[in-house]
Design a protein around this ligand. Structure first.
Ligand SMILES: Nc1ncnc2c1ncn2[C@@H]1O[C@H](COP(=O)(O)OP(=O)(O)OP(=O)(O)O)[C@@H](O)[C@H]1O
Ligand SMILES: [Mg+2]
Length: 378
């Protein structure tokens, strides 16, 4: 069942409250109440739609503010209380613990620790990220990233609930590769966090009947690509990550904010390439950029598409040496099958499941699924 985690912020400073609300929005957590002191909490928590998370900045008078919170954490055990303060006093921490406070966050806040605390609360409320996010990035035009994204999504849909997001915002073809006509697009789900909910998403997603893949299409009007923003994409991926088992993104080779957000949200950044010089050069540049962004090597995978046993422009070993990474998978060259599937509007793995290309794509998907049995099969 879908659970939307909601939050109340208690802070004497309005600017602080706003800043924290924007930060939480990045996790898809709407702030339903902003209070300037703990006094308003009892009536808020007594309501049926009470938030599951309450974040209290105890400053400037930490001990008094903690006293005002009093027995609320014990009274409402279903609500997680986070306390924040610049004062790191052992007595204060002890008092907070005795009151049943879940997390004590020293200020200035460490984003990393705060994120981990939020994730813990989300998990315990059944609202945590469960999906595996696969970000498919082309290294040159026409190297087959959309084909790979669509077929990986269609294969993963056999293992769990799968959504495919088209983030090739200007030229993307995901909806057409699945022959679906969505009424809404990614641009329509970029609204403020409190409006981005399950109902809105349900309307925006088109379900491909034969595969079960939910498709979130690129904007119809080129002008609407401007509505897609970094924070909006973070929010979207966070919400999809809680609703689906697999999130596949057909992307672009870019580190602009929306793509940077996707790179960091991804469990796997799958670089699609062909064995030729332009593709290898771009792969090298992009792997370098991701490394500088702090992406772990284990989250970067190289897939060679249109592989032939003999006659590639460059050898796989040369690419591996240049990238300092092994090629994780190769998909065989089969233009006839690939283009027939696109023209028909159905993924290869459904339209031509017995071809070598399909077997390869299904095995690639299983390897990406993160499920040990399936990965071993691949
Ligand atoms: N394994 C393959 N063997 C042969 N042809 C393929 C293979 N994969 C894809 N193609 C063909 O390559 C062309 C480009 O494929 P696709 O649209 O998936 O690439 P892309 O990287 O998404 O391109 P774009 O730059 O337009 O986004 C298509 O005509 C497709 O049929
Ligand atoms: Mg494409």
């Amino acid at each position: 069942m879908f659970v939307q985690l909601t939050c109340a912020i208690v802070d004497a400073d309005a600017a602080n409250r706003q800043e924290l609300a924007s930060f939480l929005a990045r996790f898809g957590i709407p702030v339903v109440a902003q209070l300037n002191g703990p006094d308003g909490l009892p009536s808020l928590l007594g309501k049926p739609e009470a938030p599951q998370l309450v974040i209290v900045n105890l400053d400037p008078n930490a001990a008094a503010a903690l006293r005002a919170v009093g027995s609320l954490p014990r009274q409402y055990p279903g609500v997680s209380f986070f306390m924040m303060s610049q004062v790191l006093d052992a007595n204060l921490l002890m008092d907070a613990m005795h009151l049943g406070v879940k997390e004590f966050i020293p200020l200035p806040m460490s984003e990393e620790k705060f994120t981990a605390a939020i994730e813990r609360v989300s998990q315990s409320n059944g609202a945590g990220k469960k999906a595996r996010v696969v970000h498919v990035v082309p290294t040159v035009g026409g190297c087959g990233s959309t084909t790979i994204a669509c077929n990986v999504a269609a294969s993963l849909a056999k293992l769990g609930k799968t959504v495919l997001v088209d983030m090739d915002l200007m030229r993307g073809g995901v909806a057409s590769y699945f022959d679906t006509r969505p009424r809404f697009t990614i641009a329509d789900v970029m609204e403020a966090a409190d409006k981005l909910d399950k109902t809105l998403l349900d309307n925006a997603l088109a379900i491909h009947a034969a595969s079960g893949v939910a498709v979130l299409a690129r904007p119809d009007l080129p002008e609407d690509t401007q509505r897609v923003t970094g924070p909006g994409v973070s929010r979207l991926l966070s919400l999809l990550g809680r609703l689906f088992d697999f999130v596949v993104v057909d992307s672009a080779m870019s580190i602009d904010p929306i793509y940077a957000a996707t790179i960091s949200a991804a469990d796997v950044n799958l670089l699609t390439m062909q064995l030729n010089v332009p593709s290898a050069k771009n792969a090298e540049r992009f792997v370098g950029a991701m490394r500088r962004m702090g992406v772990e090597a284990s989250k970067i995978k190289i897939v060679v598409n249109r592989y032939v046993k003999k006659g590639n422009d460059i050898e796989p070993e040369e690419v591996e040496r240049a990238l300092g990474l092994k090629i994780a998978w190769t998909v065989p060259n089969d233009f006839k099958t690939a283009i027939a599937a696109i023209n028909f509007g159905e993924p290869v793995v459904i339209r031509a499941p017995r071809t070598e290309m399909s077997t390869s794509l299904i095995a690639l998907a299983h390897g990406l699924s993160g499920r040990p049995g399936k990965a071993a099969a691949a």
